[in-house]
Every structure is written in C-alpha cells, then in structure tokens.
Design a protein around this ligand. Structure first.
Ligand code: SAM
Length: 287
C-alpha cells in the first residue's frame, strides 16, 4: 500500500515533551483565553500536530508557529500551505531570532518615527522540560508582547502564580510577577493528551505589565540580585547575600528597607526586594 503523507504519524519524541492534545476541547479553551486576536500577530510555541494551530489560524491576523521537530514542521507546512496568514518556522524557540521576527525591519523605518511593534500575543502548550527557559526568554523580549497564554506542568503553574510567603513562592514567581500579572485559568488532566503525561497541567495567562520602572529597578541587575537573594532555599537573606556584599553596607541596606536580616527572600514582596536592591546599588554602585 502506498503511504499517504497526511495520515503518516511520526514517532513521538518524549525528550521534546511531545504530549499532544487529544481533542479540540482544551485547545478551544486555550484559544479563547487569548481573547480577540483579529488584529494581532500570534506566536505559537511548539504547535506539534497543530490542534491549537488550526483554531488560531482561523482567528489571528497573522500566526507564527515555531516547531523544533523537522517532521512535524514539514507536516504543518503542508497542512497550512493554503493559509496565507500562517508561517511555520522550524526552529528552537530558545534560539530563534525574536528581534528579527517582531522588531523593526532594516530599511523600512522612517527617520525620526519611533518603531511600534505589531500587537502580539504568545501561546503554547509548552514542552515542560524547558518551561523556565522559555519564560525567561519571553520576558527578555516582553517589549514585543501583550500577553502570554501557556500550558505548563501544574506544580510549575502554582509556582509562577504563588504569593510571597506561600510555600510555592520563589525565584520563578518573583521573576514572572516582575514582568506580568499572572492568572491561573484552569487545570488539564493527563487523559486530555496523547500520550498522557504523568502529571496534571494548568493553563495560565500572563498579561505583560512590567514593574521595573515603578519599583525603580530598571536594567538587568535586579534579576541577578533576585537570583542571589533567593540563592539557596531555606537560607536567610543575610546568608545568601553576604558573599556578594560588604557586611556593613548590607546591614544598612536591610535596615533602611526595614527588612530583618534573618528573613528569607521567599517571604518578601517584590517591593521589599526592590528596596534592598536600590539601597545596595546606591551604596555600592558597581555591585
Ligand atoms: N501544541 C501541541 C498540542 O497542544 O498538541 C503540542 C504540544 S507538545 C506538549 C510540545 C511541542 O513543542 C512538541 O511539538 C515539541 O516537538 C515542541 N518543542 C519541543 N521543544 C521545542 C523547542 N525548543 N522549540 C520549539 N518547539 C519545541
């Protein structure tokens, strides 16, 4: 019997987090969570077999789908070959050149006119093995994005959305909440996927609302500071920070921010972490 390309199912690659939505029910709910996309570009991460892609293609002004798997990318190109608003890119989302996709096009700008990116939303049932790396990358380029709707492992979703002082709050929560307002939307059971993963999943919406200006911590240094201050879980702020800062300066910075040196970073609000950072930066500008 001759093989028919459209019915050929490539071998699943568990290493690439290939758990595909088995039906349209949850894909529709993810699609709806994006709201109106009729005037938007949508970046889909990991379209896989294209269950969600088909829904997005009907509503988005422009859809860019980035899939690392060569066979899947080729099948998607065939499937959406007639859809003029869909572009399938075979690439690693962690390496794709985001500026060239969403930034100003060389030679097209007008002198003196500030570039305004096209309104863009991001969506993806993410490969779970690189969730944090993908999020960090999206935050790095958040100037291009209005919102991000993602499916992640449920425990990771709980961490992203956690409140300071709660068991799940950590560096991932602080970083996400520095860039976005986070909403947990719904939980998806393993049986919604083919093959089913071992874990539950949840869908989150992150509406980009950068806090850096408000907190007085613009620039790259604050994320590095958070990494240091969250350092080792269960260690006090003092113990995590003292390797990098002069003890007298650190003591004063904590006192001025009215933070107990015995506190742990997980119990502090972003405002408190920012106050410590600002005090340290003004006392030790090159830190
Ligand atoms: N969106 C599809 C769905 O819901 O049925 C597939 C989701 S599956 C959990 C994750 C997809 O991401 C797979 O198709 C996988 O090949 C792709 N993927 C894995 N790593 C990737 C990467 N670094 N860049 C782009 N796509 C990736």
């Amino acid at each position: 019997m001759p093989r028919v390309a459209s019915t050929h199912r490539p071998q699943r690659k568990p290493k690439l987090g290939q758990h595909f939505l088995a039906g349209p029910e949850y894909a529709s709910r993810i699609d709806e969570a994006l709201g109106d996309i009729s005037q938007h570009t949508v970046l889909e991460i990991g379209p896989g077999e294209g269950v969600l892609t088909s829904l997005l293609a009907k509503r988005a002004r422009r859809l860019i789908a980035v899939e690392i798997d060569r066979v899947l990318a080729a099948q998607l190109r065939l499937k959406f070959g007639m859809a003029r608003n869909v572009e399938v890119i075979e690439a690693d989302i962690l390496a794709v050149d985001i500026d060239s996709l969403f930034g100003p096009k060389p030679g097209l700008g007008r002198p003196g006119v500030e570039f305004k990116p096209a309104p863009t939303k991001v969506v993806g049932n993410l490969p779970y093995y690189i969730t944090s790396d993908i999020l960090l990358r999206l935050f790095e380029y958040s100037k291009y994005f209005e919102s991000i709707v993602i499916m992640v492992q449920r425990e990771v979703g709980d961490r992203i959305a956690a409140e300071p002082g709660s068991r799940d709050y950590g560096i991932l929560s602080a970083t996400a909440q520095l860039y976005a307002r986070v909403e947990k939307l719904f939980v998806v059971p393993p049986e919604a996927f083919n093959p089913p993963p071992k874990v539950f999943s949840s869908v989150l919406r992150l509406t980009i609302e950068r806090q850096q200006e408000r907190l007085g911590v613009a620039g790259d240094g604050f994320i590095d500071f958070l990494r240091l201050s969250f350092g080792q879980k269960r260690k006090t702020l003092w113990n995590n920070l003292r390797a990098a800062y002069d003890p007298a300066i650190l003591k004063q910075a904590l006192a001025e921010a009215k933070v107990d040196p015995g506190a742990r970073a997980e119990t502090l609000s972003l405002e408190e972490n920012a106050a410590i950072y600002r005090n340290l930066r003004s006392a030790q500008p090159n830190s």
